[in-house]
Design a binder for this molecule. Sequence first.
Ligand code: S3P
Length: 429
Amino acid sequence: MFYFKGSIKISGDKSISHRALILSSMSTGMTKITNLLESEDIFSTLNILKLLGVKIFKDGSRWIVHGNGTNGFIEPEKPLNCGNSGTTARLMIGAVASNPIYCTFFGDDSLSKRSMSRVTKYLERVGAEINVTRGDFLPLTVKGSANLLPLEHQMVKASAQIKSALILAALNIHGKTKIIENIRTRNHTENLLKYLNVKFKISELKKGTNIIEMNGPYEIRSKDIEVASDPSSAAFFIVGALILPKSKITLNNILLNSTRIEFIKILKKMGGKITVKKTKNICGESVGTIKIEYSKLKGINIPSSLSSFLIDEYPILSIAASQAKGKTTMKGLEELRHKESDRIKSITYNFKRIGIDILEKGNNLEIHGKNLKIDKEIKIKTYGDHRIAMSFSILSLLYKRKLKIDNLQCIAISYPEFNNHLNYLLRSL
Ligand code: S3P
């Protein structure tokens, strides 16, 4: 029998790492970044910034960025490869749009199936010339301009990536840009800009509605950035500790931004013994320690109103639900169809193979917890999706490692240290 014991420091937050690199590249002066996530997605952003003329290198454990300013990207000599990273593509398309340069963006097979018009339609409205494959996909070309229009944008989808693309473009747009967000999403771009002393306004129209008002162009003075540890990566070990009897672990330095730790509230409602203690603030974000011990979980209803705060954690929450007593329902999962894989399909397909009761009802999932014994090996299909691979790696520990994950390499997309951290915490009876 396997269980988790001890303490680890989870790797740097993926969302903040992208933004730390992009905003330091758009600052003037030198930035030292500590605890930057060194994963494939982050290297996609880093390499694109280098091709756009930004000097970035590693010095010991820190990354050094010599920023070019908000109007400082130079035309790249090569097409820009976003790899598997939706955040790289969407944010960088926004960032280059208000620079007078011509760029081509492309990505891997999975990213080439994900919608780009959700970002480009806003940028075209303000005057960027964009050519998108079949109206929606990579590869695409952007002919940016330093004279984009300052306009008001009403966000239709709840997406931090779209919002951030517009904010990054607005940093070099002359005049007032207004972004109205009807459903709140992660706010790391805003938090990092505040930390960098950029003057803009955020107000609340009604609960959950944000209005972001910017008045560019801005000059950003560089400031060193420390990246907090990623709660979405911590979620795999949190659920692991909850479902593996005798487990007790402590995770330090975790980002506690309220748009990111809704899954902890959900797991507590399910009966999870989890304590969270805020320890400090770093670069505009609160950070703390999370303690978790094995718990008997029970099924709950997760309403669609929470889906924008749980978007990356549904796969591992499904694993928790599979071990809970009773029924868990997850509603309003439409956006899961548009991630690195169609995550509704990836979860359902693999649960059915294992013999876990799962019902797909449109964009809702219903999972019935079950005590299963598994004696023969079962192949798990990840569809190349890092979060699916990590979720089932955790579940496999409960089944004497009988689940055989078809692609473990894809974990390096967001969390190359995952297996080292897992082995460090792992004990067997
Ligand atoms: C991210 C936003 C989310 C999330 C992704 C990272 C970001 O996507 O799923 O892993 O860093 O802005 P959406 O904003 O498209 O929901």
